[in-house]
Ligand binder design. Structure first.
Ligand code: NAD
Ligand code: DAU
Length: 358
């Protein structure tokens, strides 16, 4: 049984990936700092699985990393630990610099030390997969797509910190030969996403009778991918990707934000009707735009399809329906992860706060 170290496994994509990898027959060590976005409730269903082990800690803690690597002897690392919310990076960038840049750097350093001392054949098959974002490429005009060779042009503190971590990962491949892989993925949605992000925020606000705040005029475009499709793609890249390569992952689902919110309202109108002639669409309001709001993201995912045979299984319609039903059925989870931490308030208006990053 091969062991994987997954970092950030109590977050949105990480918890779905932990579950997916256990189903694929891997042994999984989940290293997570349990920030506001990381919650043990998101992995409660696997906590007693004998192939699963949780370690509470920071990817920037070199001593801890050395201990975990020496003890668990993983055949690969999938790095998902990060500060992930653009709006929070506008208000308080420090933690983004600390975790996304310094944390990734320390993880790379400890991994290199571990990898250099591995014996044959573990050394040849070891992989370090860094999970990144399409936001590193910047903002698109109405035409065109991000490919793996699109020049980096990050425009928020979040995307700049992710771009920086991607560069460090690539540098460790070219300079030291560490067998790294990078994936740049579009917007994910699905179960266990923290309710600060567009889709869960709108679902929860809608059924709580709150306004649905669309930034600007709602015409910014994102390319949506169901989280389980992303997890499948990550394991494909981890198992079959060529070291040193980058793979773009996308859902072929370009939608304006207003289209997304309206689709959610229509689903809720079917699943939880408000009553005669009333619609959740009535709760939509237009609010001050996000500072520096990227206009459009769209992924060309031909490389991963051509080379690794991956393409998404879920359509936006089927994925969105599953997601809405999941949030309606799992309101205990929403309550548990938000309590005392987040009250669905607006973030990212640029009211800068001190971060905790040192
Ligand atoms: P998330 O915010 O839901 O989860 C991040 C997890 O990392 C949390 O469990 C948190 O506790 C943990 N973490 C934060 N700092 C840590 C540290 N210093 N040490 C250990 N753990 C730490 O994020 P997500 O949406 O699941 O994103 C996961 C990764 O995928 C991120 O790297 C993100 O940049 C990338 N990504 C996300 C999306 C998306 O749409 N959500 C798309 C493309 C790429
Ligand atoms: O593209 C991949 C990225 O997608 C990931 O790297 C990030 O980690 C992830 O958070 C996501 O970033 P976005 O900024 O695109 O996601 P968010 O859910 O914050 O916003 C999606 C769009 O919806 C964006 O154009 C802003 C808009 N929005 C968001 C919120 C929270 C609104 O209109 N209203 C809102 O209340």
């Amino acid at each position: 049984m091969r062991t994987l170290l997954i970092t950030g496994g109590c977050g949105f994509i990480g918890s779905n990936l932990v579950r997916y990898c256990l189903k694929q027959g891997y042994r999984v060590i989940n290293l997570d700092k349990l920030t506001y976005a990381g919650n043990l409730a998101s992995v409660r269903d696997v906590e007693n699985n004998p192939s699963y082990n949780f370690v509470h800690g920071d990817i920037a803690d070199t001593d801890l990393l050395r201990k975990i690597l020496a003890k668990e002897q993983p055949s690969g690392i999938l790095n998902l630990a990060a500060e992930s919310h653009v709006d929070r990076s506008i208000d308080a960038p420090d933690d983004f610099i600390q975790t996304n840049i310094m944390g990734t750097y320390r993880l790379l350093k400890a991994t290199l030390e571990y990898w250099e001392n591995l014996d044959h054949p573990a050394k040849e098959t070891f992989r370090f997969l860094h999970v990144s974002t399409d936001e590193v490429f910047g903002s698109l005009d109405p035409e065109g797509y991000f490919t793996e060779t699109t020049p980096y042009n990050p425009r928020s503190p979040y995307s700049a910190s992710k771009a920086s971590s991607d560069h460090l990962v690539r540098a460790f491949f070219h300079t030291y030969g560490l067998p790294t892989l990078i994936t740049n993925c579009s917007n994910n949605y699905g179960p266990y996403q923290f309710p600060e992000k567009l889709i869960p925020l709108m679902i929860i606000s809608a059924f709580n009778g709150k306004p649905l705040p669309v930034y600007g005029d709602g015409s910014n475009i994102r390319d949506w991918l169901y989280v389980e499709d992303h997890c499948e793609a990550l394991v494909e890249v981890f198992e079959k990707g060529r070291p040193g390569e980058t793979y773009n992952i996308g859902g072929h689902n370009e939608k304006t934000n207003l289209e997304v919110v309206q689709a959610l309202c229509d689903l809720l109108d079917d699943l939880r009707p408000k009553g005669y002639n009333a619609s959740y669409r009535d709760q939509i309001i237009f609010v001050t735009d996000r500072p520096g709001h990227d206009r459009r993201y769209a992924i060309n995912a031909e490389k991963i399809q051509r080379e690794l045979g991956w393409k998404p299984k879920e359509s936006f319609e089927t994925g969105l329906e599953k997601t809405v039903k999941w949030y309606l059925d799992n309101q205990w989870w929403v309550k548990e992860v938000t309590q005392g931490k987040y009250n669905l308030e607006r973030l990212g208006l640029g009211n800068r706060r001190e971060g905790t990053g040192k």
